[in-house]
Ligand binder design. Structure first.
Ligand SMILES: C[S@@+](CC[C@H](N)C(=O)[O-])C[C@H]1O[C@@H](n2cnc3c(N)ncnc32)[C@H](O)[C@@H]1O
Length: 263
């Protein structure tokens, strides 16, 4: 079985549920604050997924602006089109971050959240990102560093096996730590960096950690790195820990704002 996650229909639906949790709603708010979209701007959303961010950007740019999304997953594009069906200034395309379906210099800004971790050829993807921005245009990239996870666990050895297995779910699990020279190599100037912590001490059903930890243990079982029963026992132990008030989950996402130089 391939190790990289495929955003098929099931994964697309799961991602949508995960991205509606209050943790990710707050992360999107941070992205929007940092992107500082103005009315009338033209914005690209690379790896637009279920279209939640594009929908919010559309409200910020207003009908005189536009939002164009692209995604390699047809089920994701379908979800995004459904979500934004009543927004005439939003469009979604099937396509790859390494071959964007747009002419040169057409956007005031581009955003890409939780996507470049999954793109094998980053040099090509960032060259494309730079190409579609107008001179002076900005890009906001958010990515998770897998190693930033801190988890209180009654079964640390099993936790280690699951987290080690999860590192293979994408080609660049530690992208934030390596991204700066890659962006500069593509001709972009880095203007700002920030971090956003997904923090949970409850492990309740409506939160990110609940879905995320289930999803990574299921992945480790699918890859044959743990037994399915071990994954279930791991989650049950984390639930017991939460009941006792000892649950702790913290995972960092990192935000980078880069700019295409004017000359
Ligand atoms: C974790 S989801 C994030 C979705 C969205 N950016 C968000 O934050 O709501 C990752 C998305 O990246 C897309 N993706 C992965 N590789 C891609 C590529 N090479 N080109 C375009 N999209 C890609 C996936 O299909 C998926 O929709």
């Amino acid at each position: 079985m391939s190790e990289a996650i495929e955003f098929d229909e099931k994964t697309a639906r799961e991602t949508e549920v995960l991205y509606l949790t209050p943790d990710i709603v707050a992360a999107r708010r941070r992205v929007l604050d940092m992107l500082a979209v103005a009315r009338g701007e033209r914005i690209a959303d690379i790896g637009s997924g279920p279209g939640l961010l594009a929908q919010e950007i559309a409200a910020a740019v207003g009908p005189r602006g536009c939002v164009e999304g692209v995604d390699i997953s047809a089920p994701m594009v379908a979800l995004a089109r459904r979500r934004c069906a009543n927004l005439a200034h939003v469009a979604f395309h099937d396509g790859d971050a390494t071959a964007l379906p747009w002419p040169d210099a057409g956007f005031d800004a581009a955003v890409s959240t939780q996507v470049y971790e999954y793109v094998p050829d980053l040099a090509q993807a960032f060259a494309e990102l730079c190409r579609v921005l107008r001179p002076g245009g900005r890009a906001l990239i958010m990515a998770t560093n897998a190693d930033s996870l801190i988890l209180a666990s009654p079964a640390p050895a099993l936790s280690r096996r699951i987290l080690d297995a999860w590192r293979a779910h994408c080609p660049h699990p530690d992208l934030p730590r390596r991204i700066s020279p890659l962006l500069r190599g593509a001709g972009l100037d880095i203007r700002a960096r920030d971090s956003f912590t997904l923090l949970d001490a409850d492990f309740s059903r409506d939160r990110f950690a609940w879905h995320y930890l289930r999803s990574i243990s299921a992945y480790a079982a699918r890859q044959g790195r743990i037994e399915k029963a071990e994954g279930k026992a791991w989650i049950a132990e984390l639930q017991d820990l939460a009941v006792d008030g000892g649950f702790f989950f913290s995972l960092n996402r990192y935000l980078f704002v880069a700019e295409r130089p004017t000359a």
